[in-house]
Design a protein around this ligand. Structure first.
Ligand code: DX5
Ligand code: ZN
Length: 224
Protein backbone atom coordinates (compact mmCIF):
# COMPACT_ATOMS: atom_id res chain seq x y z
CA UNK A 1 0.00 0.00 0.00
CA UNK A 2 1.01 3.58 -0.55
CA UNK A 3 1.08 6.06 2.34
CA UNK A 4 -0.52 9.51 2.36
CA UNK A 5 0.38 11.26 5.64
CA UNK A 6 -2.31 13.57 7.01
CA UNK A 7 -0.64 16.70 8.36
CA UNK A 8 -3.70 17.55 10.47
CA UNK A 9 -1.83 16.73 13.67
CA UNK A 10 1.46 18.33 12.62
CA UNK A 11 3.00 21.52 14.04
CA UNK A 12 1.60 24.11 11.61
CA UNK A 13 3.91 26.81 12.97
CA UNK A 14 6.79 24.80 11.47
CA UNK A 15 5.07 23.25 8.49
CA UNK A 16 8.19 23.36 6.26
CA UNK A 17 9.96 21.10 8.78
CA UNK A 18 6.92 18.83 8.85
CA UNK A 19 7.03 18.42 5.05
CA UNK A 20 10.74 17.57 5.35
CA UNK A 21 9.79 14.97 7.97
CA UNK A 22 7.14 13.48 5.64
CA UNK A 23 9.63 13.34 2.75
CA UNK A 24 12.29 11.72 4.94
CA UNK A 25 9.80 9.05 6.01
CA UNK A 26 9.56 7.82 2.41
CA UNK A 27 5.81 8.48 2.19
CA UNK A 28 4.27 8.78 -1.27
CA UNK A 29 2.15 11.95 -1.03
CA UNK A 30 0.67 14.27 1.56
CA UNK A 31 -2.96 14.40 2.70
CA UNK A 32 -4.40 17.85 3.42
CA UNK A 33 -7.61 17.95 5.48
CA UNK A 34 -9.79 20.95 4.68
CA UNK A 35 -12.64 21.51 7.17
CA UNK A 36 -15.28 24.22 6.93
CA UNK A 37 -16.83 24.09 10.42
CA UNK A 38 -20.20 23.20 8.85
CA UNK A 39 -19.84 19.81 7.18
CA UNK A 40 -17.70 18.74 10.14
CA UNK A 41 -17.46 20.26 13.65
CA UNK A 42 -13.92 21.55 13.11
CA UNK A 43 -12.14 24.19 11.04
CA UNK A 44 -8.71 23.88 9.46
CA UNK A 45 -7.31 25.72 6.40
CA UNK A 46 -8.19 26.56 2.82
CA UNK A 47 -6.76 27.54 -0.56
CA UNK A 48 -4.52 30.47 0.55
CA UNK A 49 -2.71 28.26 3.07
CA UNK A 50 -2.35 25.39 0.57
CA UNK A 51 -0.94 27.82 -2.00
CA UNK A 52 1.73 28.87 0.53
CA UNK A 53 2.51 25.21 1.30
CA UNK A 54 2.82 24.24 -2.36
CA UNK A 55 6.44 25.38 -2.91
CA UNK A 56 7.62 23.55 0.22
CA UNK A 57 7.52 20.04 -1.28
CA UNK A 58 7.23 18.21 -4.60
CA UNK A 59 4.99 15.53 -3.07
CA UNK A 60 1.51 15.06 -4.54
CA UNK A 61 -1.13 17.06 -2.65
CA UNK A 62 -4.02 14.73 -1.80
CA UNK A 63 -6.64 17.27 -0.68
CA UNK A 64 -9.65 16.06 1.35
CA UNK A 65 -12.49 18.57 1.34
CA UNK A 66 -14.77 18.19 4.35
CA UNK A 67 -17.02 21.00 3.11
CA UNK A 68 -20.75 21.47 2.66
CA UNK A 69 -20.29 23.23 -0.71
CA UNK A 70 -17.02 21.97 -2.23
CA UNK A 71 -17.99 22.87 -5.81
CA UNK A 72 -17.71 26.59 -4.98
CA UNK A 73 -13.97 26.31 -4.42
CA UNK A 74 -12.74 23.68 -6.92
CA UNK A 75 -10.94 26.27 -9.04
CA UNK A 76 -9.42 27.85 -5.95
CA UNK A 77 -8.03 24.50 -4.77
CA UNK A 78 -6.76 23.70 -8.27
CA UNK A 79 -5.04 27.10 -8.42
CA UNK A 80 -3.55 26.52 -4.96
CA UNK A 81 -1.82 23.34 -6.18
CA UNK A 82 -4.05 20.40 -5.28
CA UNK A 83 -3.30 17.27 -7.35
CA UNK A 84 -6.05 14.96 -6.09
CA UNK A 85 -9.33 16.54 -4.93
CA UNK A 86 -11.53 14.42 -2.65
CA UNK A 87 -15.04 15.63 -1.88
CA UNK A 88 -17.88 14.01 0.02
CA UNK A 89 -20.84 12.39 -1.70
CA UNK A 90 -22.87 13.59 1.35
CA UNK A 91 -22.03 17.26 0.64
CA UNK A 92 -24.48 19.67 -0.98
CA UNK A 93 -22.58 19.76 -4.26
CA UNK A 94 -23.89 18.40 -7.55
CA UNK A 95 -21.72 15.29 -7.77
CA UNK A 96 -21.29 14.98 -11.53
CA UNK A 97 -20.68 18.70 -12.02
CA UNK A 98 -18.10 18.76 -9.25
CA UNK A 99 -16.26 15.74 -10.72
CA UNK A 100 -16.31 17.44 -14.13
CA UNK A 101 -14.97 20.69 -12.65
CA UNK A 102 -12.06 18.83 -11.01
CA UNK A 103 -11.22 16.94 -14.20
CA UNK A 104 -11.53 20.07 -16.34
CA UNK A 105 -8.60 21.42 -14.34
CA UNK A 106 -6.57 18.26 -15.05
CA UNK A 107 -6.79 17.07 -11.42
CA UNK A 108 -7.67 13.61 -10.11
CA UNK A 109 -11.24 13.42 -8.83
CA UNK A 110 -12.08 11.36 -5.76
CA UNK A 111 -15.40 10.74 -4.00
CA UNK A 112 -15.37 10.29 -0.24
CA UNK A 113 -17.88 8.41 1.93
CA UNK A 114 -18.50 8.77 5.65
CA UNK A 115 -18.83 5.67 7.84
CA UNK A 116 -22.63 5.54 7.70
CA UNK A 117 -22.78 5.94 3.91
CA UNK A 118 -23.03 2.65 2.00
CA UNK A 119 -20.61 1.73 -0.79
CA UNK A 120 -23.50 1.84 -3.28
CA UNK A 121 -23.60 5.64 -2.95
CA UNK A 122 -20.53 5.92 -5.20
CA UNK A 123 -21.42 3.12 -7.66
CA UNK A 124 -23.12 5.47 -10.19
CA UNK A 125 -19.91 7.54 -10.43
CA UNK A 126 -17.23 4.84 -10.49
CA UNK A 127 -16.58 5.22 -14.22
CA UNK A 128 -16.10 8.97 -13.82
CA UNK A 129 -13.65 9.15 -10.90
CA UNK A 130 -10.04 8.25 -10.15
CA UNK A 131 -10.42 7.27 -6.51
CA UNK A 132 -12.83 6.50 -3.67
CA UNK A 133 -11.85 7.61 -0.18
CA UNK A 134 -13.49 5.50 2.52
CA UNK A 135 -13.61 7.09 5.97
CA UNK A 136 -12.84 4.69 8.80
CA UNK A 137 -13.60 7.34 11.47
CA UNK A 138 -16.23 10.09 11.58
CA UNK A 139 -14.54 12.99 9.78
CA UNK A 140 -13.47 16.03 11.78
CA UNK A 141 -10.57 15.04 14.01
CA UNK A 142 -7.32 13.11 13.91
CA UNK A 143 -6.38 10.47 16.45
CA UNK A 144 -9.69 8.59 16.54
CA UNK A 145 -10.18 4.82 16.76
CA UNK A 146 -10.30 2.81 13.51
CA UNK A 147 -13.78 1.42 12.75
CA UNK A 148 -13.18 -2.22 11.83
CA UNK A 149 -16.81 -2.60 10.78
CA UNK A 150 -15.90 -0.61 7.62
CA UNK A 151 -13.88 -3.57 6.26
CA UNK A 152 -16.81 -5.35 4.54
CA UNK A 153 -17.73 -2.05 2.82
CA UNK A 154 -14.18 -1.66 1.50
CA UNK A 155 -14.18 -5.24 0.22
CA UNK A 156 -17.58 -4.69 -1.43
CA UNK A 157 -16.22 -1.60 -3.20
CA UNK A 158 -13.11 -3.50 -4.32
CA UNK A 159 -15.29 -6.27 -5.77
CA UNK A 160 -17.51 -3.81 -7.67
CA UNK A 161 -14.50 -1.93 -9.11
CA UNK A 162 -12.92 -5.21 -10.23
CA UNK A 163 -16.17 -6.66 -11.57
CA UNK A 164 -16.55 -3.63 -13.83
CA UNK A 165 -12.90 -3.73 -14.88
CA UNK A 166 -12.28 -0.17 -13.65
CA UNK A 167 -8.96 1.22 -12.40
CA UNK A 168 -10.37 3.23 -9.50
CA UNK A 169 -7.99 3.55 -6.54
CA UNK A 170 -9.29 2.95 -3.01
CA UNK A 171 -7.95 5.13 -0.22
CA UNK A 172 -8.82 4.77 3.45
CA UNK A 173 -8.70 7.50 6.10
CA UNK A 174 -8.86 7.34 9.88
CA UNK A 175 -7.13 5.38 12.60
CA UNK A 176 -4.59 3.66 10.35
CA UNK A 177 -1.51 2.39 12.20
CA UNK A 178 0.63 -0.76 12.34
CA UNK A 179 -2.17 -2.70 13.98
CA UNK A 180 -4.92 -1.72 11.51
CA UNK A 181 -3.08 -1.39 8.17
CA UNK A 182 -2.93 -5.14 7.38
CA UNK A 183 -6.72 -5.50 7.53
CA UNK A 184 -7.38 -2.65 5.08
CA UNK A 185 -4.70 -3.93 2.69
CA UNK A 186 -6.38 -7.35 2.74
CA UNK A 187 -9.75 -5.71 2.01
CA UNK A 188 -8.29 -4.11 -1.14
CA UNK A 189 -7.09 -0.63 -0.17
CA UNK A 190 -4.37 0.95 -2.33
CA UNK A 191 -3.52 4.07 -0.30
CA UNK A 192 -3.59 4.51 3.47
CA UNK A 193 -3.92 7.97 5.01
CA UNK A 194 -1.85 7.95 8.19
CA UNK A 195 -2.01 10.93 10.52
CA UNK A 196 -1.32 10.69 14.24
CA UNK A 197 0.34 7.26 13.98
CA UNK A 198 3.00 8.66 11.64
CA UNK A 199 3.62 11.93 13.46
CA UNK A 200 3.86 10.13 16.80
CA UNK A 201 5.87 7.17 15.50
CA UNK A 202 9.27 6.59 17.12
CA UNK A 203 10.52 5.68 13.63
CA UNK A 204 8.30 7.08 10.87
CA UNK A 205 10.40 5.57 8.05
CA UNK A 206 10.00 2.11 9.58
CA UNK A 207 6.21 2.57 9.74
CA UNK A 208 6.10 3.68 6.09
CA UNK A 209 8.27 0.68 5.11
CA UNK A 210 5.97 -1.64 6.99
CA UNK A 211 2.86 -0.28 5.21
CA UNK A 212 4.64 -0.35 1.84
CA UNK A 213 5.27 -4.04 2.47
CA UNK A 214 1.56 -4.82 2.78
CA UNK A 215 0.16 -6.09 -0.48
CA UNK A 216 -3.13 -4.62 -1.59
CA UNK A 217 -5.60 -7.44 -2.28
CA UNK A 218 -5.43 -6.54 -5.99
CA UNK A 219 -2.20 -4.60 -6.50
CA UNK A 220 -2.98 -3.97 -10.18
CA UNK A 221 -5.18 -1.09 -9.05
CA UNK A 222 -2.47 0.74 -7.16
CA UNK A 223 -1.71 4.11 -8.71
CA UNK A 224 0.69 6.64 -7.21
C1 DX5 B 1 -10.29 13.09 9.81
C2 DX5 B 1 -9.27 13.32 8.72
C3 DX5 B 1 -8.15 12.35 8.71
C4 DX5 B 1 -7.39 12.27 9.99
C5 DX5 B 1 -6.42 11.15 9.96
O1 DX5 B 1 -11.34 13.95 9.60
O2 DX5 B 1 -9.88 13.25 7.45
O3 DX5 B 1 -7.29 12.57 7.59
O4 DX5 B 1 -6.75 13.47 10.32
O5 DX5 B 1 -5.77 11.12 11.19
P1 DX5 B 1 -5.52 9.76 11.99
O6 DX5 B 1 -4.62 8.91 11.13
O7 DX5 B 1 -4.89 10.23 13.24
O8 DX5 B 1 -6.86 9.11 12.19
ZN1 ZN C 1 -8.63 13.15 5.60
Amino acid sequence: MLVSPSILTCDFAHVADEFAFVEASGADMVHLDVMDGVFVPNLSFGPPVIARMRPLTDLTFDVHLMMQYPHRLIDAFADAGADIINFHVESDSPVEETIAAIRARGKKAALTIKPRTPAEAVFPYLDKIDMVLVMTVEPGFGGQKFMADMLPKIAQLRREIDRRGLSVTIEVDGGIASATAPSVAAAGVDIAVVGSALFNAPDAAALVDEIHGLRTADAAHCQP
